[in-house]
Design a protein around this ligand. Structure first.
Ligand SMILES: [Zn+2]
Length: 157
């Protein structure tokens, strides 16, 4: 199942990618354009716009209406409804869904901050957009948010 998120949910989409699950950002603002884009690509749309969700259902494609505000609750709902199996750390780019590949420390020396270079050993590069990643302290926070989200997802019925 391919997923897409409207532009009110870009933060949620980034969090979903952090769990290794691919989701596309819909690059449009008007309902019609969003609907056409998602329908053509046979994607399931995540939106927090109730009206758009209703229109989408009428046009007969899958949509998931996100009502919660907190990222943990949003993630929990998506995990539960779509039966997702997130994996942290994921190995896709949080910006473009590209696959992350290991890159040697030597090769990133010129392009990352010196402090990061000195502190980390393992680096990854997005095969699509070229963004460089390393496993920093933020990984602990991501794991914590996911742990909470997975707990919450079990409480939803
Ligand atoms: Zn990328």
């Amino acid at each position: 199942m391919k997923l897409a998120a409207d532009n009110m949910l870009t933060k949620l989409a980034r969090w979903i990618r952090l769990g290794g699950i691919s989701i596309e950002d819909v690059p449009y603002e008007s309902d019609d354009e969003i609907i056409n884009f998602v329908k053509k690509r046979k994607e399931l749309l995540l939106t927090s716009d109730k009206q758009l969700a209703n229109r989408s259902r009428k046009r007969k494609f899958s949509v998931l209406l996100i009502k919660d505000q907190s990222i943990e609750k949003q993630l929990a709902y998506v995990i539960k409804e779509l039966k997702l199996k997130p994996k942290v750390p994921g190995n896709i780019c949080t910006l473009c869904n590209g696959k992350l590949e290991k890159i040697s420390k030597r090769d990133v020396k010129e392009i990352i901050p010196k402090a990061v270079y000195e502190k980390h050993r393992i680096f990854y590069k997005c095969s699509k957009c070229g963004k460089i990643y390393w496993r920093g302290t933020h990984l602990e926070r991501i794991k914590k948010v996911y742990k909470k989200a997975i707990e919450l997802s079990k409480e939803i019925d």
